[in-house]
Design a protein around this ligand. Sequence first.
Ligand code: G
Ligand code: G
Ligand code: MN
Ligand code: NA
Length: 249
Amino acid sequence: RAMGRDLGVALEERQFFLVYQVQKSARTRETTGYEVLLRWRHPQRGLISPATFIPIAEECGLISPIGDWVLEEACREAVAWGLGHKIAVNLSPLQLGDVSLVDKVRSVLLRTGLPPSRLELEVTESAIIGDKGRALHILRQIRAMGVMIAIDDFGTGYSSLETLRVFPFDKIKLDRSFVNELDGRQSKAFIRAIVALGKSLDVTILAEGAETEEQLHVLVAEGCDEVQGFLFGRPCPIENLQDRSFDLP
Ligand code: G
Ligand code: G
Ligand code: MN
Ligand code: NA
């Protein structure tokens, strides 16, 4: 595949960059963190979405070096810019299949000086249906460092209550399809049930894809803790963030 070949040189040629999307407290609207999202500026094709190239990177065996770069670059940028909030980095399911992830996370924190409490890793449930024992082992060790774990896109794909019962995590990210369909009764019922479950498990519930004040209003009423979406900000480079809350050492 042509794109796979191009991906191979994208790292060396520094064609990747990161954008950050703000996450807010639903009630107070204070910033709670930023999700880190990868972007590829292809020399001929222009910007390519990670929804397109991440699956190809996974097929071509390139997700590991790319994922390592994202983690390193995000930690480095957060420290360099004195970001006063947590960053949330997405992991591919394949990264959770390799125990070397534990040492990589530990060493990147040491190397960059980012406090573990400023890092969150987002994993989808599909990440933990492969080798369950191994994924569990990796997540436990990473969490023991003080890094937080979020379940991404919750409510889609292979969602199951089993995941919630077995896996160590700190946050549920409700997929944005629920927020899209908030006018439907079913979506509201699901959000309500997941919020209740989250409260009883003592985990944070973040709703993704909030685009309007009306949606925010419903999410607050339903008890969501945090929100993320175009209402609060589009993903943008770290130097353009409005609300960075600098804490330079
Ligand atoms: O930012 P955008 O909506 O275009 O992202 C599309 C998809 O790509 C989302 O599912 C998002 O989780 C995923 N994605 C974005 N950045 C990364 C990354 O650094 N690593 C992985 N594995 N997935 C990412
Ligand atoms: O799968 P994941 O949740 O990591 O994907 C995050 C993606 O969702 C990002 O690529 C981002 O561009 C997109 N996104 C973030 N906020 C909104 C929103 O309010 N509406 C829509 N449609 N997409 C959003
Ligand atoms: Mn995500
Ligand atoms: Na998501």
